[in-house]
Design a protein around this ligand. Structure first.
Ligand SMILES: [Zn+2]
Length: 175
């Protein structure tokens, strides 16, 4: 956790307390931090995927390009475009759940959609993303605009730029 250097010990303690309370309240707040997004992913996996999808990290990134999100099954990392920070929560939930499902099933075949079938707002969330893509002038050029179906090529190599992964890889939590 980064603490501004100018804090006094008392201020720092108060700040840490505030941050922890904020994380604990993540359910009720917008999921604007990586920590909140990760906590959300864990809950989604537990609720809809029987806890079978276990991401190593879930992060907002600004380098997603045309896609809304991506996932690298080999190291369990999920990245979500920060252009989605302000969309309704059920849309972010769908995007995260979609990438969680890719940890279990690559590509967008019937087995993949069966994993998502229990998510109640699936169609609404997909419709929202379609509309958003059109509003941004980006039609779908893959079978799924969410992550372009990139995983269907098999290897995860084409999914994301290599320069943007790793800082959360498996460092121990310092709190
Ligand atoms: Zn996908």
């Amino acid at each position: 956790m980064l603490v501004p250097a100018s804090f006094s010990p008392a201020e720092e303690a108060a700040w840490v307390e505030r941050m922890l309370a904020r994380l604990a309240a993540g359910d009720r707040r917008r999921q604007t931090t990586d920590e909140a997004l990760t906590a959300r992913a864990v809950r989604l996996s537990s609720h809809y995927l029987g806890g079978h999808a276990r991401p190593a990290s879930v992060r907002w990134v600004s380098t997603m390009g045309r896609r809304w999100a991506s996932c690298t099954p080999t190291d369990g990392t999920i990245r979500v475009s920060d252009r989605l920070r302000d969309v309704p929560e059920h849309v972010v939930d769908y995007v995260v759940l979609h990438e969680l499902a890719h940890l279990l099933v690559p590509g967008h075949g019937p087995a993949f959609w069966r994993l998502l079938a229990s998510y109640p707002r699936l169609d609404r969330a997909r419709g929202f993303l379609d509309g958003l893509a059109h509003a941004e002038g980006r039609g779908a050029d893959g079978d799924d605009p969410l992550d372009g179906g990139a995983l269907e090529s098999g290897a995860a190599g084409g999914v994301a730029a290599a320069g943007d992964v790793g800082d959360l890889s498996d460092g121990p939590s310092s709190g």
